[in-house]
Ligand binder design. Structure first.
Ligand code: FES
Length: 103
């Protein structure tokens, strides 16, 4: 059986079950964020410990792009590609919430 991840990062890309996208995060760079997280995870060699998935709308579009991280259920708002590095460093590797981005 595969290992379960230590961290699970959910990035809103406004996806819906019918394959269409509705909402705002995908127009504000949500998809780019998923790619950036994947890059960072690989660069830091955390592939077995940190998973990233895109999700549907969290219902707070005006604060998007939204990223939610478990365990802990931390919600981040207005996340940019530059913030991904900070989140990886401070939250994933450092164990601290990035207060500047936290909801
Ligand atoms: S589309 Fe991302 S929170 Fe609504």
């Amino acid at each position: 059986m595969m290992n379960k991840p230590k961290f699970h990062i959910f990035v809103c890309t406004s996806s819906r079950a019918n394959g269409q996208q509705k909402g705002y995060c995908h127009t504000k760079g949500g998809v780019e964020l998923v790619a950036k997280f994947m890059e960072e995870i690989e660069e830091r060699d955390l592939g077995g410990e940190v998973f990233v998935n895109n999700t549907g709308c969290f219902g707070i579009c005006e604060q998007g792009p939204v990223v939610v991280i478990y365990p802990g259920g931390t919600w981040y708002k207005g996340v940019t590609p530059d913030d991904v590095e900070t989140i990886m460093e401070e939250h994933i590797e450092g164990g601290n919430i990035v207060e500047r981005l936290a909801l």
